[in-house]
Ligand binder design. Structure first.
Ligand code: PEP
Ligand code: MG
Length: 761
């Protein structure tokens, strides 16, 4: 059964549009279940009716014509109850409705299963049989499993249809809304540029081109380049391989020859397909043919074709990258955005980001917030490879993406973009003013940095120090670990740029969703695995080189602070402190005269919350990493869009933990800061002020908004609000009460500039 299921899903997945996908479903399911009829009804959201979209067995003329409301017929019953229905004699059921167009009077028994995707009923899958009989449990289970698997595929095909105009009943291209999660606030209107994973033929989309000759030239260049590579490889291995083994390279060259792959791809290009799409089609056909062969040797040749396809694609993609001209309003779309991709678009051209994977707490989203680029993450239903070149709206406030937006929607969002611009401009005036409440309580606002551009942004916005310098960011954009000397130069630049303001440098925090290309960590549960301080304590050479570079970089500046990530107990802290002392001793022995800088630890793991006093005693300061603390307290992977709605730093458990940390650190006489994204949320910042945090560290983009809001409240009001919210046990109620209270104080404008739009949409 599993095999049949997999085969059907695979086949449906590669269908060219929704109509073809549904046709395959009804044919294959009918055969697999040995029934006489299989039909799919899809719910049309406009008419709220289940429409017969495909059938094998019923009269095909009824397709698109027969439909029923959720309160009509057996199909309506399955859809509205969201449960399967298994009837031996359908016409005896009180909800049975007879449709003459379908000719279904001949069929006695009925088995229907709802098609549900992400809690939304999309339609109903039905099989029918002439003879009176109850379908058995196995058949029922098969249909239910089938429809659960097909739900995602149908949703994908439907979405592709509305984007490319191949949707239901030829409705043409339509404005379509895709829901994800907010990544970075702001709205953007622009054109999609899809970044595909390198050399992955499977995800290459079809694309029509006008300039066939240019595509042919690109392909011929790629062919020649791969030919040369293979000849070079063959020559290089000449001494190590036997002649018959080297013959494989000749086979490769023959496959590339004009009479084989080469000519076929050229033929497809001549039909107007771009070179990459043509290559995918031809290579896939060859692979399929080889894989079906009985001869094991010939079956193996499928992997050679795959390899050649990958090599050709890499050259084609490289050529495209070289000639790609980014337009002014580029919106990058990718299956999984990476920090490196953000740098690909020239400065000033990138207006928005969309990622199918990841959530608002992924590190790429944190970087996007720092850069002030509206971002939507976790748009799992977006057929991303199909959107290249089409118009998009990115709503980073609500976590929504609109494809092919109408003129009305564009105008609404243009207003939001303009409002946001005016707000930012208005806040520029705050740069020189202190962050101080109406009743005179100071709250130092620091910035989080990592990218080079953060320095200028932080200075423009009047930051009072760096609360978190993520050292892993410069490590990520290299091809090997930077040497002590290279690190020294990077850190010195950072320390000098902010001097005499303090700069808090965190020791390397890799693992989780932060990978170094040259130091891969493969784990099935990376956020609970080898991360942060665990990695660097296991590699003291990395830790020592890094701390030595930091210490040397601070010579004569004395504004360095060292911060330790992911500490989960005193043993790790003691080991790290020991290494820092060792590095300090070494650099002094080498003649660098620097004082021992203040050392602090991050509270990110719940264990550290409950050991806060023991930990605080041994360090100079505490900094809460609320991003990780929230993920670990609530057991919600910060990177997983499926559970993104459960991730909430205003959850009462998080608020209580923060209180414990502040009180514990203060009881030991140590200052406590917070550098998670929560600190940059203006409304949450009011609560952090009331809790007694000594400083807040955030991305430079949000700093003016936080400053503006804290300058409008009194400490007394903030404490009153916190006391009221700490009595509430429901996170949603905490959010709405907080926002309502701030709106009532006339302070709503920095909370969410697009909230009015949310109501209008
Ligand atoms: C945090 O976890 O809150 C934090 C600031 O660290 P990062 O987001 O880099 O994991
Ligand atoms: Mg962290």
């Amino acid at each position: 059964m599993l095999n049949t299921l997999r085969k059907i899903v695979q086949e449906v997945n590669s269908a060219k549009d929704l109509k073809a996908a549904l046709a395959i479903i009804v044919q294959r399911v009918r055969t697999a279940m040995g029934s006489q009829v299989c039909s799919v009804y899809l719910l049309d959201p406009e008419s709220n009716r289940f429409v017969l979209m495909a059938t094998e067995g019923l009269n095909k003329k009824a397709i698109g014509k027969v439909s029923m409301a959720p309160n009509e017929g057996l199909v309506g019953l399955v859809g509205s109850r969201e449960e399967p229905l298994n009837l031996e004699h359908a016409s005896e059921h009180p909800r049975y409705r007879y449709f003459a167009e379908t000719g279904e009077e001949r069929y006695a028994s009925f088995l229907g299963a709802p098609i549900i995707h992400h809690r939304r009923v999309m339609g109903v899958l039905v099989i029918q049989q002439k003879e009176r009989r109850q379908f058995d449990e196995g058949e029922e289970a098969f249909l239910v499993t089938m429809s659960a698997q097909l739900a995602g595929v149908i949703a994908h095909a439907e979405a592709t249809g509305s984007i490319r105009g191949l949707g239901k009943q030829g409705k043409g291209i339509q404005e379509t809304r895709f829901v994800g999660v907010p990544g970075a606030p702001g709205a953007a209107i622009g054109k999609a540029v899809v970044v595909l994973p390198p050399a992955d033929l499977e995800v290459v989309p079809d694309k029509q081109v006008d300039n066939v000759e240019a595509e042919l030239a690109l392909f011929n260049d790629a062919l020649e380049a791969v030919r040369q590579d293979i000849r070079a490889l063959s020559a290089k291995l000449a001494t190590q391989l036997r002649p018959e083994e080297r013959a494989l390279f000749d086979v490769y060259l023959m496959m590339l020859d004009d009479a084989a792959l080469g000519t076929e791809v050229q033929l497809v290009i001549r039909t107007g397909q771009w070179a990459q799409g043509a290559l995918r089609q031809v290579v896939n056909e060859h692979i399929k043919r080889f894989e079906l062969m009985d001869d094991a040797y010939l079956r193996e040749r499928a992997s050679d074709v795959k390899d050649l396809g990958r090599r050709l694609l890499a050259y084609l993609q490289h050529a495209r990258q070289q000639t790609l001209v980014y337009q002014d309003n580029t919106i990058l779309v990718s299956e999984e955005l990476t920090p490196a991709m953000l740098g690909e678009v020239p400065e000033g051209k990138l207006v928005g980001l969309v990622s199918v994977q990841g959530s608002g707490n992924s590190h790429v989203a944190i970087l996007a917030r720092a850069m002030g680029i509206p971002t939507v993450m976790g748009v799992v239903d977006l057929p991303y490879s199909k959107v290249d070149g089409i118009d998009l709206i990115v709503d980073g406030y609500h976590g929504e993406v609109f494809t092919n937006p109408s003129a009305i929607l564009r105008a609404q969002y243009a207003e939001v973009v303009e409002e946001e611009r005016q707000l930012t401009q208005g806040l520029d005036a705050l740069r020189e003013l202190p962050c101080e409440t109406l009743d005179g309580q100071r709250m130092p606002l620091w910035v989080n940095t990592g990218l080079l551009a953060d320095v200028a942004r932080a200075q423009q916005r009047g930051a009072e120090g760096v609360g978190l310098y993520r050292t892993e960011v410069p490590f990520m954009s290299r091809e090997r670990f930077p040497s002590e000397k290279e690190q020294l130069a990077i850190y010195r630049e950072q320390l000098q740029a902010f001097h005499p303001l303090p700069v808090t440098m965190r020791t390397l925090d890799i693992g989780g969703d932060k990978a170094l290309p040259y130091f891969p960590i493969k784990e099935s549960n990376p956020f609970l695995g080898w991360r942060g301080i665990r990695v660097t304590l296991d590699h003291p050479e990395i830790f020592l080189v890094q701390t030595r570079a930091m210490l040397k970089a601070s010579e004569g500046l004395d504004n360095l602070r060292i911060l330790l990530p992911m500490i989960s107990g005193t043993h790790e802290l003691e080991e790290a402190l020991h290494l820092i002392h060792r590095a300090w001793g070494e650099v002094r022995d080498e003649g660098t005269d620097v004082p021992l800088p203040p050392v602090g630890l991050m509270v990110e793991v719940p264990a550290a919350v409950y050991q806060i006093r023991e930990l605080a005693r041994q360090v100079d300061f505490i900094s809460v990493g609320s991003n990780d603390l929230t993920q670990y307290l609530l057991a919600v992977d910060r990177n997983n869009p499926r559970v993104a709605d459960l991730y909430d730093f205003l959850h009462p458990a998080v608020l209580q933990a923060l209180r414990i940390v502040v009180d514990g650190a203060h009881a030991e006489g140590k200052p406590v800061s917070i550098c998670g994204e929560m600190a940059g949320d203006p409304a949450a910042a009011v609560l952090l002020l009331a809790m007694g945090f000594d400083s807040l560290s955030m991305n430079a983009t949000n700093l003016p908004k936080v400053k503006w809001l804290l300058r409008q409240v009194t400490m007394e009001k903030a404490r009153e609000l916190l006391a009221q919210l700490m009595t509430i046990d429901n996170p949603q109620v905490i959010h709405s009460s907080l926002h309502l209270a701030l709106r009532n104080l006339g302070l709503g404008r920095v909370i969410n500039p697009a909230s009015a739009l949310g109501a209008a949409l």
